[in-house]
Design a protein. Structure first.
Length: 635
């Protein structure tokens, strides 16, 4: 390590930037801390949760450094404030019959007391945190059976802990209903399948779960602390909400369901409790500017619809509510206050949408809009509109992408060289590595960290073994992380800095496949997944028709591999096939979970082949398993 460069400490330029940031923050709002603490009933020490083998799944103990009210120079003051609020954990009463467990996971678990049992909204990310949250509730309230579980939307942190609060046998026996918005299963299972390996790797940069917890490392994830490390589970819904609004009475509790598809998630919904005068806006109205496209990657979300759904909630429910709450952060009480909160959240997404399009139509590029767009004073004055999770910058780019794609219209960018090819030319044009380092060191001393990070990225891609370039690039990224108000940006910068210094490490690219998610993968989704594993050039000379039979469910499919592309249909081949493949779905699940392989299953007799059996081996040779251990900040 270069001793002349700062390591895990703020430079004077960063310290000055934090002081400047404090001067433009909103006026302090003591109601935030009051509402975040309001209704507290109890908790367990450090919210520490372990699995059946004693492995730590979740703990707040490592965040003790957040006891300091004043932000250190290594953290943006607004993000430090949010991190302190997100550290609060335990069981809270929201209003009559409604409780929340917060701080036991990235998301919240909401519990509603019915006439005879419990209704749970969003059983957290994993079995262990969900079980602990329910046990915390039972430690302070009567032990009632869970009669319904509601998934607010299709992201893992809102359904993955379901088997910590209910077992599948009870659902099959009709003792517990599982309710979700239309399209939930397709979105919950498929979102992270086709591009799942890349998303998993990128999510490490978003949530920072592999970083140490300290004032100079990971402090928060914006929506909550980070992702837990337990077992993700899933039970298929028994009832889907299909209409724009539906009203159901569940165990004596009247609930109005409002579908909000293509908002924060492709399948999502709000809930209004008329008799309890309470409104739940799922993840569409939280205490931060949210993501329109997360750093891990996803389909771009619809800011215009997001705003419209919040407006509908205001028009239909706000005047009849005393509290609004969500599946992250803390509630807002009082009809006037909650209405104002929802209006500000509504206008936040609409403003970003409309102003981005206005400037697009004046010829500005995504980068130009992102660099200049600012919120109006009334929105900028609110703590909950700040970018602890999403940011104005990358949300603007997401809106631009949704309408105009990645291309900014400049033909010079239409077929630009990739970094691995462009970087050596940059180094040559700039006079060589030593000249670049000398100039970059001067720029670093001036606090021009964005430029230093960019130019050292070029040098690292040209000469990845040049230690001085890696160290200087890491130092620049680290200072950018310290200055970032967004937790996701901070985590990305700091993990990038660590990987420049130490390499990706053994945790990079680790993918833990959930048995329940694999089992819930539709046959068609599997064939789509299989198709993206085909190396098209290796397969280009193969022309084969396969008949695939899942014997346990008597499901038959026709697959065609031709021109390097694998296609499938549920309609059998008109002519005879070249190769027949027969197996149970359970065998396929074992293969997808990595418990066996296709060739081994054939050898063990779990897969039966007929026809030109040698073609199966030829087909397998074209498949490339996803590998998440790829580099990000180096070639």
């Amino acid at each position: 390590m270069n001793d002349t460069l700062p390591f895990q400490r703020a430079t004077q330029a960063t310290a000055d930037a934090q002081i400047a940031a404090r001067h433009v923050l909103p006026a302090d709002d003591p109601l935030d801390i009051e509402e975040a603490q309001r209704g507290f009933i109890g908790t367990i020490p450090d919210a520490e949760i372990r699995d059946d083998y004693g492995r730590l799944v979740w703990s707040m103990a490592d965040y003790a450094f957040l006891d300091d009210e004043s932000a250190p120079p290594t953290a943006h003051p607004a993000l430090w404030r949010q991190a302190r609020l997100n550290r609060l954990h335990g069981l809270f009463v929201v209003t009559e019959r409604i409780y929340q467990v917060r701080g036991f996971d990235l998301s919240n678990m909401t519990l509603i007391e019915g006439d005879h049992g419990l209704i749970i909204i969003d059983p957290l990310t994993c079995r262990e945190t969900a079980k602990a949250a329910l046990e915390l509730y039972y430690a302070h309230r009567p032990r009632r059976p869970v009669v319904a579980v509601i998934y607010s939307h299709s992201h893992t942190d809102h359904f993955g802990g379901v088997k910590g609060v209910i077992d599948e046998a009870s659902v099959r026996a009709g003792q517990c209903a599982i309710i979700a918005p239309e399209g939930f299963m397709e979105e919950a299972v498929s979102e992270n399948v086709l591009a799942g390996t890349a998303m998993e790797r990128r999510s490490q940069f978003q949530f920072g779960q592999t970083l140490a917890r300290s004032a100079c490392c990971q402090i928060d994830a914006g929506l909550g602390k980070t992702m837990p490390g337990g077992a993700v589970t899933l039970i298929e819904p028994t009832r889907l909400i299909r209409e724009e609004t539906e009203t159901h009475t569940i165990d004596g509790v009247e609930i109005v369901f409002q579908l909000t598809p293509d908002s924060e998630a492709p399948a999502e919904m709000h809930f209004f409790f008329p008799r309890l005068r309470a409104l739940n806006v799922a993840e569409n109205g939280t205490r931060t500017l949210h993501n329109l496209c997360p750093l891990r990657g996803a389909q771009v979300r619809n800011a215009k619809l997001w705003s419209r759904y919040l407006n509908q909630a205001i028009e239909r429910y706000a005047l009849h509510a005393d509290v609004v709450f969500a599946q992250h952060h803390w509630p807002t009480w009082g009809t006037a206050r909650l209405t104002g909160f929802l209006e500000q959240q509504r206008d936040l997404y609409k403003y970003l949408h409309d102003q981005t399009l206005r400037l697009m139509n004046r010829g500005q590029t995504a980068a130009e809009i992102a660099e200049s767009l600012a919120l109006p004073d009334a929105l900028a004055a609110q703590w909950h509109t700040r970018g602890y999770y999403g940011t104005i910058s990358h949300n603007v780019k997401a809106i631009y992408q949704r309408y105009l794609s990645w291309y900014d219209g400049n033909p010079a960018h239409l077929h630009a060289l990739p970094d691995t090819l462009a970087a050596p030319r940059y180094v040559e044009y700039m006079g060589g590595a030593q000249a670049m380092l000398e100039r970059a060191h001067r720029d670093f001393e001036r606090g021009e960290y964005r430029w230093v990070a960019e130019i050292m990225n070029r040098l690292v891609f040209a000469q990845p073994d040049l230690r001085a370039a890696r160290e200087l690039g890491a130092a620049a990224l680290e200072q950018m992380g310290f200055q970032a108000e967004s937790a996701t940006w901070r985590n990305a910068y700091l993990l990038g800095a660590r990987e420049l210094r130490e390499g990706p490490g053994p945790a990079a690219g680790q993918v833990m496949r959930s048995h329940d998610l694999v089992r819930s993968l539709s046959d068609g989704a599997f064939f789509d997944y299989l198709a993206v594993m085909v190396n098209g050039l290796k397969a280009q000379n193969l022309d084969m028709r396969m008949s695939w039979h899942f014997t346990d469910r008597d499901a038959r499919y026709a697959l065609t591999l031709k021109h390097g592309a694998l296609t499938w249909s549920s309609t059998p081949h008109r002519d005879s096939h070249d190769l027949g493949i027969a197996m149970t779905r359970a065998t396929l699940d074992r293969i997808l979970l990595g418990e066996t392989q296709f060739a081994a299953a054939v050898a063990e007799g779990d897969i039966a082949l007929d026809g030109a059996k040698a073609l199966f081996g030829a087909f397998l040779k074209t498949l490339e398993k996803p590998d998440g251990r790829f580099n990000v900040v180096e070639p």
